[in-house]
Design a protein around this ligand. Structure first.
Ligand code: MTE
Ligand code: MO
Length: 406
């Protein structure tokens, strides 16, 4: 007689996380059983997100914030955007989680248990800005295919983990190492277990930075499932696609990593500017590295009404990839004059910076407040849409909000 197979404990735990409740008789569930509660899920409950978050796609789940939801200095889970290329794994159990290092540029493959990683290496905590390369895509014309992100695919949470550098030192890498690539356990939309939904990476120099983490905590707690539980690579300041969730492997490569979404037009832009709509050959597309300078007004919410004679305090964040923001200015006259905001220094490298200003309006009427950040190289955000590119990446145009004085 064949024994009936039951759902494993680790799977049950992840299913419970997705459902937001314990599956009381879970040990009776046969393997492969489809729970009704997961068939028509409420994404806000399932992912513990605020109901003002905007669902752009449910297969796979892609959810963005709105500017005013990102007002916290450190982004809490409920306002953090979700970007998935495949299906969120349900077999994530910390108990038997491992991370393997392989590739041309390691002497031999080495596997660590998550427990070992946590106990063997020193832990660090940093606030790290993660912005999807496609944030702002919805404004490009001709339009680019993909999730139509407006401004909400950015976050700055506090991540705790160990330095990838420390582990690479322990593994031992050859001098010809040029890139690392990540491997994860989310499934391809086709369901084909041999296909990876995404496997990106960063040059070895970025991998060896202090702030590049193998993270197992977000904002002081276990990483929420949708954001990479139980282990995630974090490479702040670069397109967030470089920060692999549900991390199971790191390949140390002797050439530029060629995993899924590293090649062709994925996360690449034309090396030289092109006219909108122009076809660009693959060999003329360059990998996006550090993200460009950008800012977001997070208070007040666009459309706010204030009384005549009252001043208005605005605030928000600015970030600049590998660089820092040197100044943030605002304009209330459609960019013909600018005044400086006060700007805080970052909590650490690669964290977004907070700005604020007290605004006065000359009389009753309609205004728009624009914000413009300048990075430490003196490069400012454009006021109009920057270089069109086939996949609609890197829109760092100035953010604006509407204000009525009555
Ligand atoms: N394993 C895995 N890692 C991934 C992805 C993914 O689909 N699978 N998406 C990437 C992309 S494109 C982005 S923008 C960020 C989004 O991170 P978040 O969902 O935690 O906000 O995760 C990156 N890491
Ligand atoms: Mo992304």
């Amino acid at each position: 007689m064949q024994r009936r197979k039951f759902v494993k404990k680790g799977v049950l735990i992840s299913l419970s996380t997705l459902l937001g409740a314990e599956i009381v008789y879970g040990k009776n569930l046969p393997m492969g059983y489809e729970l009704l509660g997961l068939q028509d899920p409420d994404p806000f409950k399932m992912f513990d997100k605020d109901s003002q978050m905007v669902v752009l796609n449910d297969k796979p789940w892609n959810i963005e914030a709105q500017a005013h939801l990102l007002d916290d200095k450190i982004t809490p889970n409920r306002y953090m955007f979700i970007r998935n290329n495949g299906i969120i794994p349900s077999n994530t159990s910390v108990d038997d989680w491992t991370l393997s290092f392989d590739g041309e540029s390691v002497y031999e493959k080495k596997t660590f248990s998550l427990k070992d990683l946590k106990s063997k290496f020193k832990q660090y905590t940093y606030q790290l800005t993660l912005e999807c390369g496609g944030n702002g895509r919805s404004e490009f014309d001709p339009p680019a295919k993909g999730n139509q992100w407006t401004v909400g695919a950015v976050s700055c949470a506090e991540w705790t983990g160990i330095r990838l550098r420390d582990v690479l030192e322990d593994v031992g890498i050859k001098s010809d190492a040029v890139y690392i690539g990540y491997h994860a356990v989310d499934t391809h939309l086709s369901g084909d277990p041999k296909k990876e939904p995404i496997s990106r990476g960063v040059p070895i120099s970025k991998a060896l930075q202090d702030e590049t983490l193998l993270a197992f905590k977000m904002n002081g707690e276990e990483i929420p499932l949708a954001h990479g539980y139980p282990l995630r690579l974090i490479a702040g300041g670069w397109p967030a696609s470089a920060s692999g969730k549900w991390l199971k492997g790191i390949s140390v490569r002797n050439k530029v990593h060629d995993g899924t979404k590293m090649t062709g037009t994925a996360y690449r832009v034309p090396c030289e500017p092109v006219a909108p709509g122009e076809k660009v050959a693959d060999e003329n597309m360059c990998i996006i590295e550090s993200m460009p300078v950008k800012s977001l007004i997070t208070y007040p919410k666009s459309g706010a009404v204030i009384n005549e004679g009252k001043s208005l305090k605005i605030r928000g964040h600015a970030w600049a990839g590998e660089l820092s923001a040197e100044k943030v200015e605002y304009s209330i006259d459609f960019g013909s004059s600018w005044k400086e905001c006060s700007l805080e220094t970052p909590a650490n490298r690669l964290a977004w910076q907070h700005f604020s200003a007290d605004l006065r309006f000359p009389k009753k009427g309609y205004y728009e407040v624009w914000a413009r950040a300048t990075d430490s190289n003196g490069v400012a955000q454009p006021m109009v849409l920057p270089g069109w590119n086939p996949k609609g990446y890197l829109n760092n145009a100035c953010h604006r909000i509407a204000i009525k004085v009555s």
